[in-house]
Design a binder for this molecule. Structure first.
Ligand SMILES: [Zn+2]
Length: 142
């Protein structure tokens, strides 16, 4: 992703440590939505001292992959959390993971380079989601 777009995201989400963005610009909006959702989830988890961190954002098999870890198990093992709070925190984390899955699914229909509707294409060495315009520019696909 371009340095300018990365800077924009870092400024928009100062509470998150954003890992190296190994994707093209086309998925900017998807990544923006994911960072907003992680921030929102973390705000709700704060009272349980639980936090989600993003470990990796990349393209794999033509789709966006957004990896998040959390310290729910650690906090639960500490014994500081009431059972009902553990459940509430787990629900929030589950919802975040479902959201991530939906966005990852969406990415397989959006051009990684420009963000308009695309489809997964196969070259000799990789899969990539591209629109008709971007298709011929960088890659030779069947
Ligand atoms: Zn495109």
């Amino acid at each position: 992703m371009s340095p300018k777009l990365i800077r924009d995201l870092e400024e928009k989400y100062p509470s998150l440590k954003i890992p190296c963005l190994e994707t093209d610009n086309g998925w900017y909006n998807l990544i923006d939505m994911l960072l907003a959702e992680v921030t929102n989830t973390n705000n709700q988890l704060e009272k349980y001292k639980i936090r989600c961190s993003i470990t990796q954002i990349k393209e794999k098999f033509g789709g966006l992959r957004f990896y998040v870890v959390n310290n729910w198990v650690e906090k639960t093992m500490d014994g500081d959390l009431l059972i009902e709070d553990q459940d509430k925190a787990a629900d929030l984390i589950d919802k975040l993971y479902e959201f991530i899955e939906r966005i990852e699914d969406t990415s397989r229909e959006l051009c990684e380079i420009c963000g308009i509707t695309g489809e997964i294409l196969r070259s000799e060495t990789q899969l990539k989601t591209l629109c008709k315009n971007c298709r011929g520019m960088k890659f030779q696909y069947n």
